[in-house]
Design a binder for this molecule. Structure first.
Ligand code: FRU
Length: 678
């Protein structure tokens, strides 16, 4: 049976680049106009060339240092080195010369920086303690990933690689992105580092940053669909009470929104081990089991072709150990005699009686929309037509999925499993078809997401930020399409810095984020919109701009969906909506402007936020090529969504809208944000 395919671009790109001669770094200090089309006006982006993850975030002597994964010689991923910028306010940035360059032996992958205040490394002196970067050395010869040091004794301007590198190597090609910080209780350095392909974070400790002792591993847990990258671990006060602290573990992985995103866990850290607050097992909602394939036969379900064999599969499944809620041993597996076999398995007709149909699905990702001959999917048929479809995600691990059948209640339907695909992952797994009143949630849906948009990855927080504040920066892009984004001569920006806190919501500890307050320094005098009711349509508001901050409160009426459209005009809009039928906030960028540079770019990203009839508060940051939405309900629940958009510069309008009914914009404050580049 085929195995999960692993990391595409890193390995491919590494192989290609290892043969190239070392390319000379070109410091991008010369001030370009910074006003090219799509150039962010209040988000950091490098003057030229490719950037990905923020690295080495540290506040030091009055400056926020931002290092970043950087290609000094091109506008796509490669030659990975650390670029460098500084800011006193997290808003205005000055890009400095390249900090740590790749060389003939290594690329310089992601990592962190600490101030070695007691000169435990001996790289500086007690009087002039060094800054020490702990980064992943991507070995060009072997493809291995090892942790290495570089140090600076001039405040971060110039860097020397440690001659004793590597300081930590385990012979793995998936061991990266060390986040190091000072852990006062044991008076030692602590490292969180990803065992990427094993969906684990390893913890190590050290007294001198050179010799490291393994403490423990955390994971697999939460979302494990993709590799794990860029971990961060830090304490935060709960509900502002300094006597009540929890630890937050942040991990980049495959996101609920598609492509790469950032999940977090809250829990405890005892100096050795991180323990998550999440329950170990998931119990899906109960209901009427339509078919669980435990009887040893397909019963009244009928097969066609050879893919499904004569009876359900039984026994221990490969990779099934972690499926929460999986009961029994029988299940459907259309791998009968290999991916090449084809066929269907069809349920008898039944009357849709409950709102949700929940089931477990795994295997290939060949949706019905791929076409009749190439699909391998679970479909719902009504009047002979496919009205719902689901697939696995090219993984042998079953996960819960749920169809909302609200509009089909009372209809006659059939479930049909179709395996027509004969290539890799040309098989499907399924089980436990259950009619229920509540949706079952997939593993990614149950995970906690720092951001539910598609453009918030490799998020890490500052070491040593003043006043104990915890500030997070993230790469505002997605590995699905990052290299195709239509900007030149630079590619990628960082999301606007966020200040983090923890809040108890419905008895659970949740991460809460706000754009750092320094943003206010860019505001103009602002304007206030009057209360604006809308009924099945949209109303333009008296505010225009391509760099805007909006604070709005909206109250649902009878509408199915309502919200704000930004960057409207010329047929374009980015829709920030609330769907009252599903209880979700969303960003819809399908009509946002340029979207066709990658098939995974246009789409709608959704985040669950129950309003219970109460108002929806939106705090929105609009820049030349991004929209960030902080949404809250009246009970302190919050979700955040960040998406890149590439609208026409002339699309500057803001509308309030409601679909199929009423809603009200209770109030809105709007500010034009000044450019940090003028
Ligand atoms: C995350 C990442 C890291 C790695 C870096 C390489 O985006 O894949 O895991 O260190 O990018 O550029």
């Amino acid at each position: 049976m085929s195995r999960t395919t692993r990391r595409r671009r890193l390995l491919a790109a590494t192989t290609v680049l290892s043969g190239l001669a070392l390319l000379t770094a070109s410091p991008a200090t010369a001030g370009p106009p910074y006003h090219e089309q799509y150039r962010p006006q209040f988000h950091f982006s490098p003057a030229r060339n490719w950037m990905n993850d923020p690295n080495g975030l540290i506040w030091y002597q009055g400056q926020y240092h931002l290092f970043f994964q950087y290609n000094p010689s091109g506008n796509s991923w490669g030659n990975m080195s650390w670029g460098h910028a500084v800011s006193t306010d997290l808003v205005h940035w000055t890009q400095l010369p390249l900090a740590i360059a790749q060389d003939a032996d290594e690329m310089v992958f992601s990592g962190s920086i600490v101030l070695d205040k007691d000169d435990s490394t001996g790289f500086g002196s007690k009087e002039n303690p060094p800054l020490v970067a702990v980064y992943t050395s991507q070995r060009k010869g072997t493809g291995r990933q090892e942790q290495a040091l570089a140090y600076s004794t001039d405040g971060g301007t110039t860097w020397t690689k440690y001659s004793g590198n590597p300081v930590l190597a385990i012979g793995s090609a998936d061991f990266r992105d060390p986040k190091v910080f000072w852990y006062a209780p044991t008076h030692s350095w602590l490292m969180a580092v990803a065992l990427s392909d094993r969906h684990k974070v390893s913890f190590y400790s050290s007294s001198d940053l050179k010799s490291w002792t393994h403490l423990s591993d955390f994971g697999p847990a939460g979302a494990t669909g993709g590799v794990w990258e860029c971990p961060d671990l830090f304490p935060l006060a709960v509900d502002g009470d300094p006597g009540k602290t929890k630890w937050v573990l942040v991990v980049g992985t495959q996101s609920v929104a598609g492509g790469t995103g950032t999940q977090y866990f809250t829990g405890d850290f005892d100096g050795e081990r991180f323990t998550s607050d999440d329950p170990a097992a998931y119990v899906p909602p109960g209901g009427t089991v339509l078919q669980d394939f435990e009887s040893g036969s397909y019963g009244d379900w009928t097969t066609n072709g050879t893919a499904f064999g004569t009876a359900p599969a039984t026994g221990t499944l490969p990779d099934q150990q972690t499926v929460s809620g999986y009961r029994g041993t029988g299940l459907v597996n259309s791998y009968n005699s290999g991916d090449g076999s084809t066929g269907t398995l069809t349920s008898p007709e039944f009357t849709v009686g409950r709102r949700y149909l929940n089931f477990l699905v795994g295997g290939g990702n060949h949706p019905h929309t791929d076409g009749a001959d190439t699909q391998t999917a679970v479909n719902l048929l009504v009047d002979g037509k496919v009205v719902r479809t689901s697939t696995g995600s090219n993984s042998e691990t079953l996960d819960w999925t749920s169809w909302d059948l609200k509009d089909l209640i009372g209809k006659q339907a059939r479930i049909q499993l179709v395996d027509h695909n004969t290539d890799g992952w040309g098989h499907i797994l399924a089980d436990d078809f259950t009619a229920a009143d509540e949706p079952a949630l997939s593993t990614p849906q149950r995970a906690h997401w720092v951001d539910y948009g598609q453009d918030f990855y490799a998020a890490v927080t500052y070491n040593d930020a003043p006043g104990g504040r915890r500030v997070m920066l993230a790469w505002m892009s997605n590995w699905n399409y990052a290299q195709a984004v239509p900007t030149s001569p630079w590619r990628s920006a960082d999301a606007f810095p966020r200040q983090l806190s923890l809040r108890t919501v419905n008895g659970r500890t949740r991460l809460v984020q706000q754009p750092v307050g320094e943003l206010r320094t860019l505001r103009d005098a602002g304007s206030t919109m009057p209360t604006t009711p809308v009924d099945s349509g949209s109303t333009p508001l008296a505010v225009h701009g391509s760099t805007l901050e909006l604070e709005a409160q909206l109250t649902p009426g009878t509408a199915d969906r309502f919200g704000l459209d930004v960057r409207t005009g010329g047929g374009q809009r980015t829709r920030i909506g609330y769907d009252t039928t599903t209880g979700e906030v969303s960003i819809d960028r399908t009509a946002s402007g340029l979207v066709d540079f990658d098939p995974t770019f246009p789409g709608v990203q959704r985040a669950p936020l129950a309003l219970d009839g109460g108002p929806l508060s939106l705090h929105v940051l609009v820049d030349a090529s991004s929209v960030e939405v902080y949404a809250e309900n009246a009970r302190g629940g919050q979700v955040v969504l960040t998406d890149q958009v590439f609208p026409d510069p002339s699309s500057t309008g803001v509308d309030v809208f409601a679909d199929n009914g009423t809603a009200t914009l209770d109030r809105m404050r709007a500010w034009q944000l000044g450019s940090v580049w003028t």
